[in-house]
Design a protein around this ligand. Structure first.
Ligand SMILES: *Cc1c(COP(=O)(O)O)cnc(C)c1O
Length: 396
């Protein structure tokens, strides 16, 4: 490996495949298909890096943006892999609808405006595979239950190059609670809506509803396919979900393994005399002579500025406090307690992940920065290099 001068992300493929196995076990009684969500650059883990590791193990891929779906199709061609079911669940333009049809990418219809665009498209040889989004109580995109009768009529006279393949919805608070009353209510709405559509179209539709939390704690929500996002990456949707999982599976609670580590080589080491300030705003003043390491990583890369004065990094398995403010492209850590050899003028910090007996979790960063795990990983810069490694840290 060439010497790195910027921060980089390691993706542990063994952990990723462990999580795949864990979710497949949860699906063994419902026999639902295993669909995974690779939106937001695979939750910051790297879209094609993750896809390459898991494509043989999953039945469907869900992304938000059409461009991510096109990237996956290109990658499949380059690697001579047959195209998987890929579904665009986010906003889509008229042009993108046509490109999706041409590349056998399913997409979601979530409003009458959407449907109008669909109907205005020129006739095509390619069949568009469509999924209908029902808003069962999230108050986001999708058809309300009392719109479904009109929708059914509209859909039943669509031209034959449009095939209604599935119906989906999304839970509102499965991860925020340990009882699932609102989820049960949402499922009732969904089932009524799906039933109405099936009657209007006189066919059975694929039904998908559950994200990570419902896949773990609400087996009745598995339906035909699940859409597992955050859990695939070894991150629990919330501590409530983790707790509910233990209650629901007391003898063998599911174990998830974090997939991502974030590391950064130092840019400079030096000793600042007592009384020196560190960083913008002079918020930190050294009480004693302080050995510092400067790391070329900052909020531009996704290291939250709210970590200022709260975070530590790991150097040689030792916690080193981040001093002063997190800057756009720099942080400074106190490495006074790291036993350096006299000639050592370079260290590597672990910003996220394990080093020796210490570790910094996504949950740690999330709580220090008053956020959630989802935001921490989704904001990791897409410019950062992703390296796939095994559980011993060996590059693959
Ligand atoms: C993000 C998302 C998911 C996955 O959610 P996780 O909690 O990350 O598993 C599933 N479905 C939809 C519609 C989503 O937007």
């Amino acid at each position: 490996m060439t010497t790195k001068i910027a921060s980089y992300i390691e993706i542990n493929k063994d952990a990723l495949l462990h999580n795949v196995k864990t979710f497949k076990q949860l699906l063994s009684t419902s026999h639902a298909d295993f669909g995974v969500v690779l939106k937001a650059n695979a939750y910051g883990h790297g879209l094609t890096s993750v896809y390459a590791q898991i494509q043989a193990e999953v039945e469907a891929i869900y992304v938000i943006s059409p461009s991510d779906a096109f990237t996956l199709r290109t990658w499949e061609k380059q690697n001579q892999i047959s195209p998987k079911t890929v579904v665009v669940i986010g906003a889509i333009s008229a042009d993108e609808m046509q490109l999706c049809a041409a590349q056998q990418i399913d997409f979601v219809v979530s409003s009458f405006d959407h449907l109008k665009i669909l109907k205005s498209l020129p006739p095509s040889q390619q069949i568009s595979q469509l999924h209908i989004f029902i808003d069962s109580g999230l108050g986001r995109e999708g058809f309300l239950l009392d719109e479904v009768d009109a929708l059914g009529k509209d859909l039943s006279n669509l031209p034959s190059h449009f095939n209604i393949k599935g119906v989906l919805s999304h839970f509102s608070n499965t991860e925020d609670v340990t009882e699932q009353n609102y989820a049960e209510h949402q499922m009732k709405i969904f089932e009524q809506g799906a039933q109405k559509l099936e009657t209007a179209l006189n066919k059975t539709l694929q039904k998908h509803f559950a994200a990570s939390a419902a896949t773990v704690v609400l087996p009745r929500a598995h339906f035909s396919t699940v859409r597992v996002g955050i859990g695939l990456y070894g991150i629990w949707p919330s501590s409530e979900t983790r707790l509910s999982a233990k209650v629901l599976h007391p003898s063998q609670p599911p174990v998830l393994q974090p997939v991502l580590s974030w590391k950064c080589p130092s840019q400079a080491l030096k000793t600042l005399p007592a009384g020196s300030f560190i960083g913008y705003g002079c918020t930190y003043k050294c009480a004693v002579n302080t050995r510092i390491a400067v790391f070329p990583v900052g909020y531009f890369d996704g290291y939250p500025r709210l970590l200022s004065g709260k975070a530590f990094v790991l150097v040689q398995g030792i916690r080193c406090p981040v001093l002063g403010r997190v800057m756009m492209n720099h942080i400074v850590a106190d490495i006074s307690h790291v036993p350096l050899q006299p000639h050592e003028n370079h260290v590597v910090a672990t910003l996220l992940g394990k080093d020796g007996n210490e570790s910094i979790s996504v949950e740690n960063i999330a709580s220090w920065s008053e956020s959630i795990g989802y935001e921490v990983v989704a904001r990791l810069g897409s410019h950062l290099q992703r390296v796939v490694v095994d559980s011993h840290g060996r590059a693959q």
